[in-house]
Every structure is written in structure tokens, then in C-alpha cells.
Design a protein around this ligand. Sequence first.
Ligand code: GDP
Ligand code: IMO
Ligand code: MG
Length: 451
Amino acid sequence: MASVVIVGAQWGDEGKGKIVDLLTQYADAVVRFQGGNNAGHTIVLKGEKFVFHLIPSGILYKNKKCIIGNGVVVDPTVLIEEIDELKKRGYFKDDSQLLVSEEAHLILPYHRRIDVAREKVFKIGTTGRGIGPAYEDKVARCGIRMVDLLDEKVFRKKLEDNLIQKNLYLVEVLKERSFGFSEIFNEYVQHKMRLEKYVKDTSRFLHEEIRKGKQILFEGAQGALLDVDHGTYPYVTASNTVAGNASAGSGIGPTQIDSVIGVAKAYTTRVGEGPFPTELKDELGERIRERGGEYGATTGRPRRCGWFDAVVVNHSIRINGIQEIAMTKLDVLDDFDKIKICTGYRSYGKIFHHVPSNLELLKSSEPIYEEWNGWKTQIKGGRRFSDLPPNAQRYIRRIEELIHAKIAMVSVGEERNEIIELKNPFKEVDRRTIRVSRKPRSARKVKKPKK
Ligand code: GDP
Ligand code: IMO
Ligand code: MG
């Protein structure tokens, strides 16, 4: 039995899609447990690029189950587009590969319109996909779930009730256009016909799989600093992005989770508004953006770029319980003379080494840097740690020291096979479990009390 959670350790876009795709070879099922189509997870396979917004990044393998858990908010239009695109490209031939939780909440057209309209005031820099408003309805208990869509009578009633309030809010408060009942109802009944075959009790399915000893990979979306509780609030997304939510967002208990791997870029990026201490607003930032292709996989927006921030990744390690880091995009730093690592912040004459909850303090924080020599060599072809140039090895080892965690894998290119020290995380879990169970408490040496 083994379950491994993969989460973003920065502000999203760390390369989770690539790592999940790579590790799916060792898994039986891949589960998305939060977020929605604000996510854009990229996989490059033999030069062919795929971007997934809702479907888990394990879908390119035949015979691996892909589950959209109850914690995800689903825009049916986007899901159908993704299914069609995959089938057109010769993938996802077996419909039983995909399961969508009947408890997952729907994104409706009014959620998108509210999201976009509210941006004019609140300026979070959201993706405009209706994610926040859909989660708000879930918590307000007026959301509409997949299972509600399957029952036309229930769907009709819930949509009618919602539209009374949503139209009032749209027209009177946001000064936007209202929605007619039939336009949404008819569209969503069509969606239901396309999607009903995938809608299942995914909590029970997963429970059974785990009971049978199957290996489950949980695919986080966004990143720790975008977590609604532990991120840079209010410049965050609307769900808990941390590993703890893999349990609630998929309907299995926390005791079923064995291991957490964080994905972090060798530098830092952020899309949207909000504080970002190591942001480089100069030519260096521009160089990282161009070399790293740092443009949003969902919205195409240029990503803000900066140096690696060990304070941020330390924060992620703590709130996620990350045991190991997969570092991505080290190759992007190949041609820099000097590379900096942020080791702490300075604000109002004080030095600190944690991400403060007080946003004003974070906004005023100046990064404290260490400077390291670059390696000025192409590292793309390496597959073992020893293949890396000494300066790249030093950079990784120094970061490990600062974050107090092992960098177990290093990605050096966008292709699936461009990885250093690939290993089966499920095997590691098994070994760890065995090691622990072979050393029972009673076997430890205990000092005998003096007579
Ligand atoms: P995600 O949201 O965390 O899955 O990440 P995105 O897909 O939004 O962004 C990561 C981008 O970096 C994608 O374009 C990937 O193809 C690319 N990528 C991932 N790993 C590497 C790597 O090691 N090197 C390079 N050069 N690109 C990578
Ligand atoms: P993946 O899974 C990077 C950001 C948005 C915005 C904030 C709130 O690809 O890493 P939302 O639409 O969620 O209400 O926007 O969160 N954001 C992401 N940034 N990667 C993502 O996903 C993101 N999903 C949301 O840019 O700042
Ligand atoms: Mg992304």
C-alpha cells in the first residue's frame, strides 16, 4: 500500500505536470484533489506538448486510472474540450480510465462573470475561470455538484434558486449582464449527456484501490504560497493547495498517505498580483523568463521571475510535511555568471527567516542573498547527479542545507526523460515503512536502572 502526494512548493507552475507524468509509470492511479482549470500542467513527450487543466497528468499512459476528486471545481466545458482534444490526438481511448467525483462542484457561467467583474476592484490577478466564486458557493452550500447535474429535476431547482441571487448581484452590484435560465440549463444538460459516464463515487473507488494494494499518486495544483490559509493571502487561490488536502479533497483518510514530494523550480516565478520578495524586475528577470519560457500555461500571461527563495521553500516544507524535493528547470540557469539564493528577509532593521502572515511586512521585506558562481555549461543531457558540473552540484547541496530537505530528483529539460536521479517513490515508501517496522520500540537499547 502506498500513496504519494506531489505538491507545488512555490507559487505554482513548478513543473508538477512533468513530475507527475514521469512518476505515473510507477503508479496505478493519479488523483487531482483541489483547484480547477486555473491549473495548467504541461507535459512534453517526444516533442509533443500537452497542457492539462483538469484531467490528471497521468492520462498519457494507458491503463492508469485518472480521478478528478471531490475537492476539484469542474468547468464541464473545459473538461469536455480536454477529453475531445486527447481523443483527437490518439490518447485516452478507454473511457473507464477517467473518473469524476459525483461530489465535485460545478463551475457555472455566472461564476466566471463574477470572477472577472470582481477583479476590477480586488485585483488579485485571478485566472478569471470562476474558481473563487465556485468555491464560495460550495462553502455557502448553494453550489451545484456533479451528482445534482445528473438529476434534471434537482439541477433545474438549484439553478433557478441560484440565478435569482446571482442575477441580482451581477446586475445591481457588479453592473454586469444577467443570465437567462434556459441558456445555462440547455447547455448543461448537453454537458451532462457527455460526462455522466465518468461520474462515480470516487472516494469508494479509491478506498477499494488502496485496499487492494494499488499505488496512488495525488497531483496538487497551484503551490503552497497560493494556499488559501497558508499562502500570501489575499493574493492566493480559493482552495487549500497543501498536501493535507489530498485527503479531504479525494475522500480518503490522512492515515492512507505515506509520502509527500514538493516540486520547486531552481528559481522562483509567480503569476498574478501579490508580494514576491526575490522578484527581478530587471534584465536578469527578463532573461530567466525568456530562457525558461515563463508564460502562463492557462492564461499566457508573462510570469514574474526571480531568484530561488529558501525562506519560501522552507515554509512549504513545513506546511506540507514535504520529505523530498524534486527540483525543476535547473537547465534554465545554465548560462548565468552568478546565481543568487535568498536565505532570509530584512524589514524595518530586523532579520527573519520565515514568511510573515502580515502582508505589509512581507511587502516591505528585502531579500538577503548569497551569491554563487554559475556553471556556464549545458546540463540537459545529464542523468546522474555526478553528471552535473561542480558548481551546479554545489548550488543544489547549498539549497538542501538551507531547506533542510533532500533534493531527490533534478529536472534538466521539459521532456519526460530529462531527469537526474529518477527513482520510484513508492519503493522508497515501502522501504521506509519496512525499516520502521523492523525496529520496534521494544528492540531499542534501554538503559537498565541501577539497583
Ligand atoms: P505546473 O503547473 O507545475 O505543471 O507547471 P507548468 O506546466 O505550468 O510550467 C512548467 C513549464 O516548465 C512547462 O512549460 C514545462 O514543460 C516546463 N518544464 C518542466 N520541467 C522543466 C525543466 O526541467 N526544464 C525546462 N527547461 N523546462 C521544464
Ligand atoms: P498550476 O497548477 C500559477 C494564481 C493566479 C492568481 C491567483 C488566484 O498550473 O501551478 P484563481 O484563478 O485561482 O482564483 O487565481 O492564483 N494561480 C496560479 N498561478 N499556477 C497555477 O496553477 C495557478 N492557479 C491559480 O494567477 O494569482
Ligand atoms: Mg501551471
